[in-house]
Design a binder for this molecule. Structure first.
Ligand code: PAF
Length: 283
C-alpha cells in the first residue's frame, strides 16, 4: 500500500490511474478502523480497479468541547488492516496540508443538517462536507462509499454531490453491528464493560420502533415513543434526541407511508453514541 501525505502527490496518483483508464473507489476515514470501515473498503474493492482510502482526523468537524484531541488513533494498526483488504493507496495528510493558513472556504448542505445531530453539534456537518469535498477533489474517485450508521452525514454528502455536480457515485453501505446489535463505531473504544452493556439500549430501542412498525404503527411519534421507552428504562443512558423523520429529506413527519428513519443520539457515561434504523411500511 502506497502512503501519500500531500494533496499534490495524491493528485498525481489519481491522474496516473485515470490516465490508464482505471476507475477509483474511495473510502474516507478518521482511522481507528473497525469491521464497519473494512466492509466499506471490501465493497469499494469490488466496484473499481483501484481502491483509495484516507485517514485524517478532521479538526473542523469537532466542536470546541468535543473529543478531537482524545479521538482514538493507531496509525500502524490501521495500515495493517488496510493492507488486508487490500487498499492500494492511503492518503494521510497533516492538518496543515488540508487547511493551510488563509483557508476560508466552506461547503455546507443547509437544510438536511438542521435537525438531529445538526441541532446538537453546531458546525459539525459543515466541517464534514468541507473536508469530504476537498478529499473528493484531491483523490478524484469515481465512486465513494459511506456507512449508513452516520445517516445524516450520508444524506448531507449526497445532497452536496448532487447540488455541486460532483462527477462521482455515492454508495451507501448498511451499518455493521456486533453480534449483540451494538453498531460498530470507533468511539465504542471509550466504553467500559458496564457502559458497553448499557449501550445496547440504542439498538434495542430501534428494534422496539421496528416492532411497532410491523404491528401497524404509521405515526412517526409512535415510533419515537417506542424507542424512547426502552432508552428511558436503561439507567446510565442519557438521551440527546430520539426522532423519527422522513428517510430521504430528514424532515419531521407525522403519518408516514414512505421509508422513515428512527435516529438516536445518547450519552453512555461520557461517550456520545448514535444509531439509526430505516423502516419501510408494508402495504
Ligand atoms: O465518517 C467519518 O469518519 C468522517 O466524518 C469522514 C467522512 C471521514 C469525514 O472526516
Amino acid at each position: 500500500m502506497e502512503i501519500i501525505e500531500t494533496p499534490a502527490a495524491m493528485h498525481r496518483w489519481a491522474e496516473t490511474a485515470r490516465g490508464r483508464g482505471e476507475t477509483i473507489a474511495f473510502v474516507p476515514t478518521m482511522g481507528f478502523l473497525h469491521e464497519g470501515h473494512l466492509t466499506l473498503m471490501r465493497e469499494g474493492r469490488k466496484r473499481a480497479a483501484r481502491l483509495a482510502s484516507s485517514l485524517f482526523v478532521n479538526p473542523t468537524q469537532f466542536g470546541p468541547h468535543e473529543d478531537f484531541s482524545r479521538y482514538p488513533r493507531n496509525f500502524d494498526r490501521d495500515c495493517e488492516l488496510m493492507r488486508t483488504v487490500p487498499v492500494d493507496v492511503l492518503f494521510a495528510p497533516a492538518a496543515e496540508a488540508m487547511y493551510p493558513p488563509g483557508s476560508q472556504t466552506w461547503v455546507e448542505a443547509t437544510e438536511v443538517t438542521q435537525g438531529l445531530c445538526g441541532g446538537h453539534r453546531p458546525g459539525h456537518f459543515r466541517g464534514v462536507t468541507t473536508v469530504v469535498a476537498k478529499l473528493f477533489n484531491i483523490v478524484k474517485p469515481h465512486v465513494a462509499l459511506f456507512g449508513e450508521k452516520d445517516f445524516q452525514q450520508l444524506r448531507a454528502i449526497q445532497r452536496m454531490v448532487s447540488d455541486l455536480n460532483f462527477d462521482l457515485e455515492i454508495v451507501p453501505v448498511a451499518t455493521v453491528r456486533e453480534r449483540d446489535g451494538l453498531a460498530m463505531s470507533s468511539r465504542n473504544a471509550y466504553l467500559s464493560p458496564a457502559e458497553r452493556e448499557r449501550a445496547l439500549a440504542l439498538s434495542r430501542a430501534l428494534e422496539a420502533a421496528g416492532r411497532s412498525v410491523a404491528e401497524g404503527a404509521r405515526n412517526a411519534a409512535q415510533l419515537a415513543c417506542a424507542a424512547r421507552f426502552v432508552l428511558e428504562r436503561t439507567p446510565g443512558v442519557e438521551i440527546e434526541y430520539v426522532e423519527a423523520v422522513d428517510a430521504e429529506s430528514l424532515r419531521p413527519i407525522e403519518r408516514f407511508d414512505r421509508p422513515v428513519v428512527v435516529a438516536i443520539a445518547a450519552r453512555v457515561g461520557a461517550t456520545r453514541l448514535i444509531d439509526n434504523m430505516v423502516f419501510t411500511p408494508r402495504g
